[in-house]
Design a protein around this ligand. Structure first.
Ligand code: ZN
Length: 181
């Protein structure tokens, strides 16, 4: 179980450069811009731009220089581990929560993280019968909500289930032993 690369893992090293979709101004084809929520990074409004399904490639010679500069200056994006860690901080204190936080800080694998109808998620992804700690509140949360968020984390012999209520309520943490062999 010794994984030397895991020693180097941290939230900081796991951050990735921000990525953007690509777009082209309708009346000036041949220059690709980086797309953000309401238009391009360099300030063109949405209604003047066609969005492409591929990502903005800053090194592409056709890339808009201003979008290239702004994309390079954009803050790096946190890993799934870091984002989930920040959410789980709001969970009720307890051993499972603390172990999960420690695991995420070391790069524990986030195997699944999704959102959808509670009943379907409980049936297909929660695997409630494999949990040994915290299963009661988690099952209640699935029953009580129409839609819900769910994450699964594997850390050594533990498999964690995190339930993220839509209503802003505290995340719930449950876990069970990982079956091996
Ligand atoms: Zn641009």
């Amino acid at each position: 179980m010794i994984d030397s690369s895991a020693d180097d893992w941290s939230f900081a090293t796991a951050r990735e450069p921000a990525r953007f979709g690509a777009g082209e101004r309708d009346d000036v084809p041949g220059v690709e811009h980086a797309m953000t929520a309401g238009g391009t990074l360099c300030g063109l409004p949405e209604d003047q731009v066609t969005r492409y399904r591929h990502l903005f490639a800053p090194r592409d010679p056709l890339a808009c220089p201003q979008c290239r500069r702004q994309a390079a200056a954009a803050p790096a994006e946190p890993s799934a581990q870091e984002r989930l860690h920040d959410l789980v901080l709001a969970a009720a204190p307890g051993t499972a929560r603390d172990d999960l936080l420690a695991g995420l800080a070391k790069g524990a694998k986030v195997g699944l993280w999704l959102h959808g109808p509670s009943a379907a998620l409980a049936r297909h992804y929660a695997e409630l019968d494999t949990l040994t700690e915290g299963v009661g509140p988690v099952a209640e949360a699935f029953d009580a909500a129409t839609t819900i968020g769910l994450a699964r984390v594997e850390d050594g012999s533990w498999r964690f289930l995190v339930v993220l209520p839509d209503d802003g309520g505290r995340p719930l943490v449950a876990r069970g032993r990982h079956e091996t062999g």
